[in-house]
Structures are given as structure tokens and as C-alpha cells.
Design a binder for this molecule. Structure first.
Ligand code: PGA
Length: 243
């Protein structure tokens, strides 16, 4: 794992954007793996800025997202479809039909999981996967205890995950209890993985990840089984390392 410690969230976001832009410059038909949450927001702002400045085009790029809540329609304000459209997709020239996010309201979720994994196999592998880490060590919505062999599947969200995401919902009852997520093995098929961790609240998970102990109880630790992972971490999230 390549570890790059950056001054702050802005520097981390800029560095992540540079890595994505390099990937697209190298391969205009790149397949990106995208994620939601607060951490990639700065990255998406830099990508939009770069696009508007004429640095990049996404016309031939394909993008896969990691996960979606179960039961939220695509146009629900809290769906990850809405998040991605508002935060990135509507602002760049990627073709909507080349963007893939699991469907959380499919009539058959079992079928949807199979279909998403087939899409990843057919259109992938993902060239560059952007990942955040949950405060419980999750990647995507692969909560502690998830098998490293998992493919796209349905999960029960941890209470800690629901609490972390409560800020986006009007009330606790509204926070979905289930989600669909790419599995750990689906994520590890990506050619390159860039993990973003920023802020004090990620300090303990960064410390745990860098202990190099691989265990099912800490899903991010499976990243040690991949040979092309870069961790971009800001000073606040790195502060407990070595202590
Ligand atoms: P965050 O979420 O970026 O909002 O902290 C990260 C994650 O849960 O993967």
C-alpha cells in the first residue's frame, strides 16, 4: 500500500482528482469506480473544475458506483443516484447511459445483484476505484463480518453506519436499514484502488488499517490483499499513526 499524507482535505481532494485525470488522459475509455459520502465531495469539485477548464472529457468514460440504499427510488433526495447526479454526473460530459449504480428498488434484488456483477464483469475491470472508509472499517457497504469472497449483495446496515449517515435524513426512521453493495471480491478486482480518509473522525480507522492486521471484522483490511492500493490521508486522519 502506497501511503500519501497530505496537509488537509483540499490537498487530498486535489491529489485524488489528479490521479483520476491522469487515468482518463492515459485511457479515454477508462472505467472508474466511484463512491458517495462526504469524503469524495472535494474530489468531485476538482473534477468538475478540471472539466469546465477543458482539461478532461468523460465522453468515453464508464463509471460504476459501489452501492445504493434499498427502497429509495432513484429520484429520492437521499438516494445515491441523486447524490451522484447532483455532485458530479450532471456537471460533466459523461453519458448517463455509461453510469451504473445498483438499483435499490428492483422487483428482484437477487436478480439485481447478479445483473450488477455481470455488468462489472462485462464492462470492467474497473481501472481506478475510489473508496472511502466507514468509521467501522466498511468499504462500500461491506460491514464488519463480510466475506472477502463476497460479490454484489444485500446487506443489513450496521447501527454505526446508520448513525453516521443520519445527518442526511430528516429522522432516524427514514434511514434505510438495508443496502445493495458491490462485494469485497468485486472491489478487489479493480486494477487500482485509491482510498480517501480525511478528518479526525477517521484517525482510529486509519491507525487500524495501517496496523496491517487482516481480519473479517475490519473489511478495509482486505485491501492489503491487493497490490495496487494508494491511501490518500490528511494530517488529521493520520494523527494516531505511530502513537
Ligand atoms: P464518509 O463515508 O465519506 O461520509 O465519511 C465514508 C464511507 O462510509 O465509506
Amino acid at each position: 500500500m502506497n501511503i500519501i499524507v497530505l496537509e488537509d482535505f483540499d490537498a487530498l481532494s486535489e491529489q485524488a482528482a489528479q490521479m483520476v485525470e491522469e487515468q482518463i488522459t492515459k485511457n479515454s475509455h477508462a472505467v472508474l469506480g466511484l463512491s458517495t459520502g462526504s469524503t469524495p465531495l472535494g474530489l468531485y469539485e476538482y473534477l468538475i473544475k478540471g472539466f469546465k477548464a477543458g482539461k478532461t472529457t468523460y465522453q468515453n468514460v464508464t463509471a460504476f458506483n459501489l452501492d445504493e440504499y434499498l427502497g429509495l427510488e432513484k429520484d429520492h433526495p437521499n438516494s445515491y443516484h441523486t447524490f451522484m447526479n447532483e455532485r458530479l454526473i450532471n456537471h460533466i460530459d459523461i453519458k448517463q447511459e455509461n453510469t451504473y449504480i445498483p438499483n435499490g428498488v428492483s422487483a428482484s434484488m437477487e436478480q439485481e445483484c447478479k445483473h450488477y456483477e455481470e455488468l462489472l464483469d462485462t464492462l470492467g475491470p474497473i481501472d481506478l476505484q475510489i473508496l472511502g472508509i466507514g468509521t467501522n472499517g466498511h468499504i462500500g457497504f461491506n460491514e464488519p463480518g463480510t466475506s472477502p469472497l463476497s460479490t454484489t449483495h444485500i446487506v443489513n446496515l450496521d447501527e454505526t453506519t446508520r448513525e453516521s449517515n443520519a445527518r442526511f435524513f430528516k429522522s432516524n426512521e427514514e434511514i434505510p436499514k438495508h443496502a445493495i453493495t458491490m462485494g469485497i471480491s468485486s472491489i478487489l478486482k479493480s486494477r487500482q484502488i485509491v482510498v480517501l480518509a480525511a478528518g479526525e473522525k477517521k484517525a482510529h480507522v486509519v491507525k487500524k488499517l495501517l496496523s496491517k492486521e487482516v481480519h473479517e471484522s475490519f473489511p478495509a483490511s482486505w485491501l492489503w490483499h491487493h497490490d495496487n492500493v494508494t491511501l490518500l490521508v490528511d494530517h488529521e486522519a493520520y494523527q494516531l499513526v505511530g502513537n
